[in-house]
Design a protein around this ligand. Structure first.
Ligand code: FAD
Ligand code: NAI
Length: 484
């Protein structure tokens, strides 16, 4: 007879593994199905985020930022460095070691919380007597014979199968010459010329990595606007700073044929004035968004279907149309972010336990880890205008903050948007080396429905980058920033 679990999670990315841990903390008998194999062919937990997403990209962003600093910015501190050399193999090995440490950390959490890791591809094969039957197919690795599928029963199932890179018709990705995120995180030598399709989050982050390491990076973006979802002021500042660093970004591009040959890749494209152009590059990165993973999940066997974009439809509490089947993370609506997936995983585990958790999707922060970082939470000015909401804006630059000057990070600003009548904080937008941390304070304030004056009245450490958030909040309250 198949083993019965209270909760079976399919997928061990940040949505799935966190859901499994929280469910185990709440006393449930939990299993998690995960099929990932790393490039060495070893099974690994952690999903896209730990294996080929957040963690390796931030490792390379960190390393490449150090390289850039040593080559271009230590001089202003009076530090002369000679003979700087890049050991890319070592840099990539450091990234791989960080990934391994993090994925092994999830294995430890599974052991600690007594979560069974079912290795292989999971799919529904029907439901009987109030339980869902799930088949786990272990492909046993390259060249080896597949073992018989394992069957388990689950009272509750959490689908957390995540997403994969969207590819373009006529642009075959081999992760050698033409790469998606997986190949772009492991290019073995710095390309002289790197082409990137898509000036979204991956294009800007990984484009920045390879530019800092010495590549000439050209990004082709279909939309006529840059970072269209961000606040207008942020768009302008980010465009100014990133193009000044040397990223060549073309907007309003219409992509034509892409030819990958022995000596590189040729991309035909039409510019925003309708003129035909050709981009010749040594490698090409395709970063045009991601699509949800629902292939071979057997959803039809339990009467569940996906929407027209392939997402599993869920309500605000991640309930699917089938009772006791839940879905979280990239496979459902909302931003494709690791922390959003994690919070949904926690929420679902707590709902299964009969608790009453809730996520305020308006308070989910975004960070783009360029240098400086770009981060925001809540509404943009453009959204507030479109909604007809009366608001006040306060902005403060890092260029006159003592800490920012001391650490050599004077670029960017904080903008606080608050309701004109109540002073409630509606949105916070940050361009800064410290944006990823500052936006967390802003999210906390918004979760507690703080007013701009509340942030302005909280004692912030001096000197610190966080003083800029306080000053921007004071500027929003009634134009009373103290240092400007
Ligand atoms: P995933 O992490 O995609 O995990 C899903 C897991 O399910 C996978 O391991 C997959 O193997 C497994 N799976 C799928 N189908 C099955 C099946 N049938 N049976 C068994 N297992 C299955 N987000 C951030 O918040 N911050 C960042 O800095 C950031 N950087 C990123 C950088 C890159 C290059 C990329 C590509 C993404 C980045 N993201 C970042 C996005 C983030 O990685 C995702 O939002 C997050 O991983 C989604 O979590 P998830 O649990 O929904 O899915
Ligand atoms: P994206 O949605 O951020 O950007 C894709 C870009 O490609 C868009 O600007 C789009 O207009 C453009 N595009 C689409 N089709 C095109 C075409 N044919 N020609 C030219 N341009 C085209 O997607 P991306 O960068 O692939 O990242 C996927 C997701 O992964 C992100 O949306 C985000 O959710 C997540 N992510 C998050 C990170 C973070 O939080 N720091 C880092 C990296 C990824």
């Amino acid at each position: 007879m198949p083993q019965t679990y209270d909760v079976v999670v399919i997928g061990a990315g940040p949505g799935g593994y966190i859901a499994a841990v929280r469910a185990a903390q709440l006393g449930f008998k939990v299993a998690c199905v995960e099929k990932w194999r790393n490039p060495k062919g070893e099974r690994a937990l952690g999903g896209t985020c730990l294996n080929v997403g957040c963690i390796p990209s931030k490792a390379l962003l960190g390393s490449s930022e150090e390289f850039e600093k040593v080559r271009h910015h230590l001089g202003e501190h009076g530090i002369a460095v000679e003979g700087v050399k890049l050991d890319l193999a070592k840099m990539l090995a450091r990234k791989d070691a960080i990934v391994s440490k993090m994925t092994k950390g999830v294995e430890f959490l599974f052991r600690k919380n007594k979560i069974a890791w079912l290795k292989g591809h999971g799919r529904f094969v029907g439901a009987e007597d109030g339980a869902f039957r799930i088949e786990v197919l272990d492909d046993a690795g390259e060249g080896a014979a597949a073992s018989a599928p394992q069957l388990v029963d689950a009272v509750n199932v959490i689908i957390a199968t995540g997403s994969k890179a969207r590819h373009l018709p006529g642009v075959p990705v081999d992760n050698q010459l033409v790469c998606d995120n997986e190949g772009a995180l492991a290019i073995p030598e710095v390309p002289k010329r790197l082409g990137v399709i898509g000036a979204g989050v991956i294009g800007l982050e990984l484009g920045s990595v390879w530019r800092r390491l010495g590549a000439e990076v050209t990004i082709l973006e279909a939309l006529p606007t840059f970072l269209g979802a961000t606040d207008g002021g942020v768009q302008k500042e980010a465009w100014k700073l990133l193009t000044k660093q040397g990223l060549k970004i073309h907007l309003g591009v219409k992509l034509g044929a892409v030819h990958a040959g022995k000596r590189g890749v040729k991309v035909e494209w039409t510019d925003d004035k309708g003129a035909a152009q050709v981009l010749e590059c040594d490698r090409l990165v395709v970063s045009v968004g991601r699509v949800p993973n629902t292939d071979g999940l057997g959803l039809e066997s339990i009467g569940l279907s996906v929407d027209e974009r392939g997402f599993i439809p869920v309500d605000d509490h991640c309930r699917t149309a089938v009772p006791n089947v839940w879905a979280v993370g990239d496979v459902v609506r909302g931003p494709m972010l690791a922390h959003k997936a994690e919070d949904e995983g926690v929420m679902v585990a707590e709902l299964i336990a009969g608790q009453k958790p809730h996520i305020d999707y308006n308070c989910i922060p975004w960070v783009i880890y360029t240098s400086p970082e770009i981060a925001w939470v809540g509404r943009t000015e453009e959204q507030l205008k479109a909604e007809g909401r009366a608001y006040k804006a306060g902005q403060f630059p890092f260029s006159i903050n003592g800490r920012a000057l001391g650490v050599g990070a004077p670029e960017g600003f904080v903008k606080v948007l608050a309701d004109a009548a109540t002073d409630e904080v509606l949105g916070v937008h940050v361009v800064s080396a410290a944006a990823s941390d500052l936006v967390a304070e802003a999210a906390l304030a918004m979760e507690f429905k703080a007013s701009a004056e509340d942030i302005g009245r909280v004692c912030h450490p001096h000197p610190s980058m966080s003083e800029v958030l306080r000053e921007a909040a004071l500027a929003a309250t009634d134009k009373r920033a103290l240092n400007m």
